[in-house]
Design a protein around this ligand. Structure first.
Ligand code: SF4
Length: 705
């Protein structure tokens, strides 16, 4: 394998950029352009370019760690560490029941790992208490998409369609920082004569490139979408034939929108009526248009309805399920899409099947060789699971997540984790959460193992192993295999957890067959030969419309003939504006919104280990408007305290007119004093159970020496 070039994919975000990796004799790994992969066409951001640094980071774990009698973590053999994990989980199960054992996964895990983890929880542990950090990423878009279209796939079309449409409204998304190679799709859109509208409370680097930037008050984008729909109706811009033939529920939605007068919407959002009119004009003028959302509208306690309001706008104007038109969600995490399709979400079984559906339970139980009645029902959502640690849930197995930094109300979550009877963490470094564990298992990472991921377009990809893992680490699949053998009752547990990812994928194919996210026609061989395959992709014998060669081509574009609802029609959602869960008041008069910076990724567990990235983004900051800074008497770079009902964070102030005067912004990548999630509000969306990361009330104070 040495000195060979391996085409593979980046470990970080949902774009899953293609790259070539070349191991060198000195142990370093070179990254080079992989121009054949169409999504990024060779371009990489700094995170992707420097990703190999994490493979050989000095802080890389290469031995299991166990908590010793004096409370410190000390190296141990794999046998001892695995025995302790099995013992810790079994003790809880025996003493308090299966649901007292929790499992928490991650949106960065490959499809194979996500599948195996869900199966492990339900078959070996018998617990319903499994969820993952992807809940914090895209669950509102998934819920709204499922409600409207009968199926959720991040983008129902490939990114290559974006430059060819007429107008894109990008809501609460900042690809210039989160996925820079994707920015070229919007640049090309403009070069082709299309228009870009960006909705964001901040004038981000993405917003700077927009033809029109709307900067609503955080948490009011639902009202903004309703105001636009109101104008669409008032100006006679609806597509009546499309509404009649391809949708249901319009009259109720129309009535809800008509109650949101533009002047009223201006008062709620701060976006002027002329700007609203201009947005409608730009969106409705071309033949085709798209709305793309990301975490801005989704990470709200009304995220499902907010996304639903943007989908309504698409449906009313006939811009969904037609060529170059549609609604899509720009998923965030590397395998945020696949991670939710194959069973680590609290309410789902592989193939995007519902855990409450008897036929789905019977199918998956058949593949797993267990009684359908033995499968537990849906469990708690991610924040609710974390909130129950130390009380209802007494032991936790955690894989690929760092909630001490990334969960809302993080100080409380940290306290709950500390209250556990037993915590086992699988990770590549000693993350802030792993540091609290009773046992830490050091595992392989992206370039050291093969597996599949599914990018934001629904394109299933093969991420190939390019280097030999360091001595002392094992893959997550090996960990589950070993734990199943120790904890299992019978051969299903012992034999049902292969360590070879392709073998796991073969089983996943069978489990997903016939489900909404059908992977049964996808094989490792196809993925190696083709540049990814879009699901649904049924196996030939099940494939309606399979081509002459008997191989289903995959489905790059969804809904062109019909939506995935029972009657084939998309459903409007009659939603109404409501305030955020925690409006500013006298004590907490400012709004906080959070997000990412280009040089760090999520909780920073990996990227904070890379010198080049740390030099570019060394720590947290508080972005504030000059008027607010003047009121506080702080200069650029002065320490600023941000206080919410949940805690206090301190970081240097960064003064800029790019943010609204009533709002401050903090990136959430860092632990400690500047941890943004100390402040955030865990108020949950009633449908998606998404916490309200994007808006909470805070007080901002100067920090005097
Ligand atoms: Fe990796 Fe995302 Fe950067 Fe591409 S944009 S190199 S996938 S982090």
């Amino acid at each position: 394998m040495q000195n060979t070039v391996t085409p593979t994919h980046c470990p970080y975000c949902a774009l899953q950029c293609g790259m070539n990796l070349t191991p060198a004799a000195d142990g370093t790994v070179g990254v080079s352009e992989r121009a054949d992969f169409p999504v990024n066409r060779g371009a990489l951001c700094g995170k992707g370019r420097t990703a190999p640094a994490v493979l050989s980071a000095a802080v890389r774990l290469t031995s299991p760690l166990v908590r010793s009698a004096d409370g410190t973590l000390v190296p141990a053999s794999w046998t001892e560490a695995l025995d302790r994990v099995a013992d810790g989980l079994a003790r809880t199960r025996d003493a308090h029941g299966a649901d007292a054992v929790g499992v928490f996964g991650g949106g960065g895990l490959t499809n194979e790992k996500a599948y195996a983890l869900g199966k492990f929880a339900r078959v070996v542990l018998g617990t319903s208490q499994i969820d993952y950090n992807g809940r914090f990423c895209m669950s509102s878009a998934a819920a709204a998409g499922g409600r409207a279209f009968g199926l959720d796939r991040g983008l129902p079309f490939p990114l290559e369609d974006v430059p060819r449409t007429g107008c894109v409204i990008l809501v609460g998304s900042n690809p210039a920082e989160t996925m820079p190679p994707a920015l070229r799709y919007f640049t090309e859109l403009k070069e082709n004569g299309g228009t870009l509208i960006v909705v964001d409370p901040r004038r981000t680097r993405t917003a700077e490139q927009a033809d029109l930037h709307l900067a609503p008050r955080p948490g009011t984008d639902l009202a903004l979408a309703l105001g636009l729909l109101h104008l669409v109706v008032a100006e006679g811009r609806t597509d009546e034939e499309y509404i009649r033939e391809r949708t249901t529920g319009w009259e109720e939605t129309r009535a809800a929108a008509m109650a949101h007068w533009p002047e009223h919407v201006e008062r709620i959002t701060g976006v002027s009526v002329p700007q609203l009119r201009e947005a409608v004009r730009l969106f409705c003028a071309p033949e085709a248009a798209m709305v793309l959302t990301a975490r801005g509208p989704e990470q709200q306690a009304k995220g499902t309805d907010t996304v639903g309001a943007w989908i309504n706008l698409c449906l009313a104007t006939g811009r969904a399920g037609r060529p170059l038109s549609g609604y899509g969600c720009l998923t965030g995490q590397g395998n945020g899409q696949g991670g939710r399709e194959h069973g680590q979400k609290a309410d789902q079984l592989p193939g995007y099947r519902k855990l409450t559906d008897p036929a789905a339970r019977a199918h998956v139980a058949g593949v797993w060789g267990v009684d359908p009645d033995s499968l537990p029902g849906p469990g708690r959502s991610a924040y609710e699971l974390l909130d129950a640690l130390g009380t209802d849930i007494r032991s936790l197995l955690l894989m690929g997540s760092n909630p001490v930094v990334s969960a809302p109300r993080a100080a409380h979550v940290e306290e709950r984790i500390r209250a556990l009877d037993f915590l086992a963490v699988c990770d590549v470094v000693l993350s802030e959460t792993a540091a609290l564990a009773d046992v830490v298992l050091p595992v392989t990472q992206w370039a050291e193992e093969t597996g599949t991921t599914t990018n934001l377009e629904g394109r299933v990809l093969l991420r190939r192993r390019a280097v030999r893992p360091p001595d002392g680490v094992r893959s997550d699949l090996e960990v589950l295999h070993e734990l199943a053998a120790r904890l299992g009752r019978g051969t299903v547990a012992e034999k049902g957890f292969p360590t070879d990812p392709e073998e796991v994928f073969e089983e996943l194919r069978r489990a997903s067959a016939g489900g909404p996210a059908d992977y049964s026609g996808i094989t490792y061989r196809r993925l190696a030969e083709e540049n990814g395959v879009f699901w649904p992709c049924p196996a030939p014998q099940a494939a309606e419309g399979a081509d002459g060669a008997g191989v289903h081509p995959g489905t790059p574009r969804l809904f062109l003939d019909r939506f995935a609802t029972e009657d084939g029609r998309a459903r409007f959602a009659p939603v109404a504006h409501r305030p955020i869960a925690e409006e500013p008041d006298e004590e907490y008069p400012v709004l906080l919104t959070t997000g990412r910076v280009v040089a760090q990724y999520q909780s920073g567990a990996q990227t904070r280990r890379v010198d080049e990235l740390n030099a570019a983004a060394p720590g947290p900051f508080v972005e504030l408007h000059p008027r607010l800074a003047q009121r506080l008497g702080v200069a650029d770079g002065d320490p600023v305290a941000v206080v919410s009902r949940r805690g206090r964070a301190v970081a240097p102030g960064r003064i800029t007119t790019a943010i609204r005067p009533d709002t401050v912004f903090m990136p959430f990548h860092w632990p400690g004093e500047g941890r943004a999630n100390t402040l955030t509000n865990p108020a949950l969306d009633p449908t998606s159970r998404m916490p309200e990361f994007k808006a909470c009330a805070v007080r901002v104070e100067a920090v005097r020496p």
